[in-house]
Design a protein around this ligand. Structure first.
Ligand code: ACO
Length: 311
């Protein structure tokens, strides 16, 4: 059984914060942030919007796009490291709020690679025909764990959500191959200590440059494909320089890589579905296109998927 994406939706909070806005509250500049990261703005949720609210909006849009009712969802997986609280999970809250009366639900925690992990986990149930429809959401409200006194991390992150409905698709469509990995020895480089996120940016940078390209090449090989077959690369949006390194490894022209980091910053588990939804809306991804999605994050964790778009 082939498994693919039936529908997709995304959501970012209304409040858009530019680099200049941040420069008014900390010692930084638009020039520094843009040249080092590619970020120009990010959307931040306020106290009135919880992680589950962002996830709910993206989920509604994905269900509508997939043209299925919440009652047809068998499983809800939410990838996040910023849940409303440790439990009940965001997935639990959504199950009730969406009226997904027959759905099982759980959160998946793999930092910025969380969406890749959740999609692959969900797809196993569809592939084995245990379940038919799985709702997968990547969502973060990183603003609540950012240390706003630490300019080295505060400028990098944003809030948002992206959701997909997985279901059976025609042979040759959907997920063709995947790779998931982790290296717990790198836990010290990116973690939440107490209330705040802490990062050794340089170490994460080195790891990410190596891993993104490597994983992208690996999934192509597993699917029996080559770099020349790739129509669109959707990398985790953490830093434009890391993304460019992955693009160069695949020898793709600029227009074949999704870039939303300038608008949203790093939204962790939400960044890949947010970007995919954006590119679909721009008409950049077409039926039959070969997509490579690749993410990395704290843990360290990583994941990549080669997917033929369409049902
Ligand atoms: N504004 C102005 N200056 C700053 C800022 C800022 N916001 N932040 C740091 N600086 C200064 C530093 O203090 C340093 O000054 P110094 O030379 O006087 O000491 C200088 O800028 C250079 O700092 P570096 O840390 O060396 O800058 P670098 O070029 O390495 O860029 C960055 C830092 C953007 C964090 C980069 O290392 C990076 O992107 N790393 C990867 C991060 C990443 O991908 N994280 C997400 C992982 S996904 C997840 O799971 C959440």
């Amino acid at each position: 059984m082939s498994v693919g994406i039936w529908g997709i939706g995304s959501y970012v909070p209304e409040n858009r914060v530019t680099n200049d806005d941040l420069a008014q509250r900390m010692d930084t500049s638009d020039e520094w942030i843009k040249s080092r990261t590619g970020i120009e703005a990010r959307h931040l949720a306020d106290d009135s919007e919880a992680t589950s609210d962002l996830a709910y909006m993206a989920a509604l849009r994905a269900l509508e796009n997939a043209q299925i009712d919440a009652q047809e969802i068998d499983l809800i997986l939410v990838a996040t490291v910023t849940p409303d609280q440790p439990f009940p999970t965001v997935a639990n809250a959504l199950q009730h709020r969406l009226g997904a009366t027959k759905a099982a639900s759980m959160d998946v925690s793999a930092a910025c690679a969380g969406f890749m992990y959740a999609v692959i986990t969900g797809s196993q149930f569809v592939q084995t025909e245990v379940y038919k429809h799985v709702l997968v959401i990547g969502v973060e409200k990183l603003s609540k764990i950012i240390d706003w006194e630490d300019r080295t991390t505060a400028v990098l992150f944003g809030d948002g959500a992206g959701a997909v409905v997985l279901g059976p698709v025609a042979e040759g469509r959907g997920i063709l191959s995947f790779e998931l990995g982790s290296d717990g020895s790198g836990g010290k480089y990116l973690s939440q200590q107490g209330a705040h996120l802490q990062m050794n940016g340089r170490e994460v940078f080195k790891f990410a440059v190596r891993q993104m390209g490597e994983s992208a090449v690996n999934v192509l090989k597993k699917a029996g494909l080559t770099k020349e077959d790739v129509d669109f690369l959707i990398p985790h949006q953490a830093n434009i320089r890391i993304m460019e390194a992955a693009r160069e490894r695949l020898q793709l022209p600029e227009e074949k890589m999704s870039k939303t980091i300038h608008m949203y910053g790093n939204t962790s588990a939400a960044s890949i579905p947010l970007s995919l939804d954006y590119e679909l809306q721009q008409g950049k991804v077409k039926d039959g296109d070969l997509l490579v999605m690749v993410g990395f994050g704290g843990g360290l964790t990583w994941g990549a998927i080669a997917l033929r778009w369409g049902k």
